[in-house]
Design a protein around this ligand. Sequence first.
Ligand code: PHE
Length: 374
Amino acid sequence: MKNLLRFSLAALLCLSACKKNDNTLVLGEFASLTGTTATFGQSMNDGVQLALEDLNKNGGLLGKKVEIVVEDDQSKPDEAKTAVLKLIKQNEIKALIGEVASSRSLAAAPEAQKNKIPMISPASTNPKVTQVGDYIFRACFVDTFQGSSMARFAYNDLNLRKVAILYDIKNDYSVGLMEFFEKTFKELGGEIVEKQSYSEGDIEFRAQLTAIKSQDPQAIYVPGYYTEVGLIARQARDLGINIPLMGGDGWDSVKTVEIGGPAVEGSYYSNHYSAEDPSPVIQDFIKKYQAKFGKVPDAMAVLGYDAANILFDAIKRAGSSEGPKIRDAMAATANFQGVSGSITMDPQRDAKKKIVILKIEGGKVKFHKALDPS
Ligand code: PHE
């Protein structure tokens, strides 16, 4: 009884005084669990949680159980920055996973860099993200590759010569992809016959689409997020525009087909993985994910899982939870076997990986082609 009393008293004191639990390693995650691109954050978080579950089942890290504190940034860059500051200052996290969207990673990354907290973005593809500093990493390819791959595909495979672009002017990711696509498509000899823009949250695109129609393009490149893509496709069809649409990984949500319906049929987009890939690593992951969440994982789920595992692997190899040591170990990541492919951090802390091109057919997203990094 006396011992029990002493123990409870110690536990009580510890609760109030021991800010950090010595038996737990605390990491942070910021994600768009709500807001305009909620499926991005939710999928990423599902992937991260699955990786965490595996990790703790196998004993955690550095002899400790691992906890990941998750902050919702509501799909807003300002909130992303606030969330990361809170995780660093209040939760005293040792490293950070996030965000999916480049604009939100860009808003938060300077805080991680300043505080020497290693951050790994699962899916932010804009080149500027890792240029913020040497503590910022990503588990995916960059948009110079994504934009130029789609341009090459349009020119060489689809034999297109005249393409229009409709992009989101307020979104770093969309602006980047527009530029990289245009550059390569022109270099190949193609022509961008019309370029129009919109801003996230818009619901009316008929003026831009009418201008595009008047230039008679063979396809429209729409490097945006799923929320607007479905609406754009429907309004294009309403205006009698019956050419294929093309996009990037921002299309990767069940919502694209849900909102777009028949209007997105025959469209192509580039992505990080295809659920139809027969590789056992991918098929085993899909089975495991489906058993837990009852659905097929999208690219963000896969990249959330991979990003978390890259971080865990780096902490293990660092043998320490100190920021600079985790950073050095993460920079040395080589041939890491992720679900989305083999991952080696290049000197710019980006991952060189293959890209897949998917086609929407019969309301389903089908694998079309894979392209290796150049
Ligand atoms: N690549 C996008 C960005 O940087 C985010 C994204 C990744 C969206 C993967 C969907 C799938 O903003």
